[in-house]
Design a protein. Structure first.
Length: 405
């Protein structure tokens, strides 16, 4: 009989060790220390078989940026793991039930996660809302076209200066793009600024840079390099950890800086988006390979609060039927005013559009268009209602999956 309960502080090392077994890693003191600083003990549950820990789940308390420069509280589901001796006995299902009850109790309208395998979480109501996009650029085969604001200055800095500036800058722009998440100082320390020593063979330490315009901080960049020599020819690589600017000029100034690093011929940048201006400013579009995969999954916990949480691109009234999951199923009336803000209530009668909760999650942040989902057979309704829904949910930015949590 497996018992699922909150873990105790003294069980945290065993918790981390089990997570590392499941994720095919070795526990090290460094990994444990990093994880301890960001773990939320009161959101961490263990599955116990007798005295043995056989399953783990936890959550981070995030605010997720949604369209309209607003945020919605989100339980960030994490460290889901089951001991290999206990797999496929329903332990994950039991832990997810308890975890989602906890998210609901905390009145967070959304849960969200990164999936180790894309086939696991749909059954629990999670749908992919943000794509994970990676750029692989042959920086020796392309240049950036057109002017870049020459007031933008890129300056390499040390980690101390970077840490303060990057946190300040991230907080100042966090509301602009859907998908951004709150980052606590502990998060910055353990996740963004940690000099990870695992799985990084051949990489340099992190390098740090800031961008300034008229003495104002307008962006930050951190990256590593890897020395590669083939047939006596230098073919080094640049690996971007994060490149973030106030506008396209700032980011283009960073890209130009990276492309020009001597002895390198390639830049690899994960966590980008398909509406990145860079893609439209290269003289050789074929020099950048974009790979798109599933990134952040969302699960509605409270449809009315989540739908009211964002703003919409056009006004109108739409009755939306959600067809699955007992806690979500029903019809919701979404009334969007001229300023884009919305009121959402439970409703009766025939709906204008009908879709499952995974499809609603896919469209919620504007990552996937309602009309595309309708063509895929995942939204039912009249052509006019689908068009209205498509325009309402559309947003000027694609959402971004900035890091795995
Ligand atoms: C993925 C993992 C947590 C599943 O745990 P588990 O206890 O074996 O899962 P359960 O027995 O509760 O399975 C629940 C359901 O999910 C399905 N499922 C479980 N693992 C799955 C997988 N890897 N792929 C697809 N479906 C999966 C089961 O078939 C079952 O489906 P059903 O109830 O609809 O029949 C476990 O295999 C594990 O720790 N894997 C390594 C670490 C990992 O990938 N963690 C997830 C991080 S996001």
């Amino acid at each position: 009989m497996v018992d699922i309960r909150p873990i105790l502080e003294r069980e945290l090392d065993a918790f981390i060790d089990l997570m590392d077994v499941a994720y095919l890693q070795d526990s090290t003191k460094e990994r444990r220390d990093h994880y301890r600083t960001i773990n939320e003990l009161d959101r961490s549950f263990g599955a116990f078989d007798g005295g043995q820990l056989v399953g783990t789940i936890s959550a981070y308390s995030f605010d997720l940026t949604v369209p309209g420069e607003r945020t919605v509280p989100m339980g960030g589901t994490t460290v889901v793991a089951v001991r290999p001796t206990h797999r496929r006995r329903g332990i994950l299902r039991g832990m997810i039930d308890i975890h989602l009850d906890d998210v609901r109790r905390r009145a967070e309208p959304l849960a969200g996660l990164w999936a180790s395998e894309a086939t696991i979480y749909g059954r629990f109501g999670f749908g992919c809302a943000i794509d994970f996009v990676t750029f692989e650029i042959r920086s020796d085969a392309t240049t950036i076209t057109g002017p870049i604001d020459d007031r933008v200055q890129v300056r390499m800095v040390d980690k101390v200066e970077f840490a303060e500036a990057a946190q300040r800058f991230y907080d100042s722009i966090r509301l602009f793009r859907p998908g951004e998440l709150t980052r606590t100082p502990a998060w910055w320390k353990a996740r963004r600024l940690a000099q990870a020593s695992f799985g990084d063979s051949g990489m340099s330490s992190y390098r740090y840079a800031l961008a300034e315009r008229d003495k104002q901080l307008v962006g930050y960049l951190h990256y590593r390099t890897k020395e590669v020599v083939r047939d006596g020819v230098p073919r080094g690589e640049v690996h971007v950890a994060e490149l973030l600017g106030l506008d396209a000029d700032v980011e283009l100034a960073f890209w130009r800086f990276l492309f020009a690093i001597d002895l390198t011929t390639a830049v690899r940048a994960p966590f980008r988006s398909m509406d990145d201006p860079l893609l439209h400013r290269l003289d050789n579009r074929r020099a950048v390979k974009t790979s798109v995969s599933d990134g952040v999954y969302l699960r509605f916990m409270d449809v009315t609060k989540a739908l009211e949480g964002r703003t919409y691109s056009v006004p109108g009234t739409l009755k939306i039927e959600v067809t699955d999951h007992p806690d979500l199923r029903g019809t919701y009336r979404l009334e969007v005013k001229g300023d884009g803000t919305a009121r959402c209530t439970q409703a009766d009668g025939a709906a204008d559009v009908s879709l499952d909760s995974q499809t609603l999650a896919a469209c919620y942040l504007g990552g996937c268009r309602v009309c595309a989902m309708a063509r895929a057979g995942r939204v039912a309704g009249s052509a006019a209602s689908i068009r209205l829904a498509d325009l309402m949910f559309d947003n000027q930015y694609l959402p971004i999956a900035r890091e795995i949590f």
